[in-house]
Design a protein around this ligand. Structure first.
Ligand SMILES: [Zn+2]
Length: 64
């Protein structure tokens, strides 16, 4: 009676080159007046200066 080995051979991910996500080098901020070179890891269209800032609104709190 042959017994199947219950070994689960885990595939070793060795030597797999990780593709680092980059969005192209040498991109410039979408603002025409801005020549800020974007980081290739920054996926935004604008630089940090022109990026639309998310300003949290304070609702229901009336400061007196
Ligand atoms: Zn900019």
């Amino acid at each position: 009676m042959t017994q199947n080995s219950g070994h689960i051979t885990a595939k070793k991910l060795t030597g797999t080159p990780r593709k680092s996500k980059n969005f192209g080098e040498g991109r410039i901020c979408s603002n025409e007046n801005c020549k800020q070179i974007m980081s290739k890891y920054n996926h935004n269209k604008f630089c940090y200066v022109h990026a639309p800032a998310k300003i949290p609104r304070t609702r229901g709190q009336i400061l007196r």
